[in-house]
Design a protein around this ligand. Structure first.
Ligand SMILES: [Zn+2]
Length: 123
């Protein structure tokens, strides 16, 4: 089927819409479908990572004699490394006070000179 026939057929199904509008509509439909597929795949990955994360934590907790409070304290410390308690890793830039190079805020020390950055509240 040629593109013209395909567009013509699409136009007939949409009662009064132009062929160009139908193409745009089909494109939007395809994008919506692709987005739904991407979301489904991401949900699957998040669920799998959550499962593995839980398994790792329970293994480490039991083997090392840690508690859930230890995990919460470390999560908060890491959260605060970028200067903002927002439940995320952050990732903003931080300028090293010693060598003045820029590192990612999620690192605890300068990647270039090894200078330790300011400790977070729970450091
Ligand atoms: Zn440095």
């Amino acid at each position: 089927m040629s593109d013209l026939l395909w567009m013509s057929g699409m136009g007939q199904g949409l009662h009064g819409r132009s062929a160009a509008g139908s193409v745009r509509s089909a494109s939007a439909d395809n994008q919506a479908l692709e987005s739904r597929e991407n979301i489904r795949e991401l949900r699957h990955q998040v669920e799998r990572l959550s499962l593995l994360n839980q398994a790792l934590w329970e293994l480490i907790r039991d083997k090392a004699g840690l508690t859930d409070a230890d995990l919460e304290r470390m999560a908060k410390e890491i959260d605060l490394r970028d200067g903002t308690e927002d439940g995320k890793m952050g990732g903003g830039a931080v300028t090293c006070p010693t060598c003045l190079r820029v590192s990612n805020a999620k690192h605890y020390k300068c990647l270039y000179c090894g200078e330790l950055f300011a400790k977070p509240a729970f450091g």
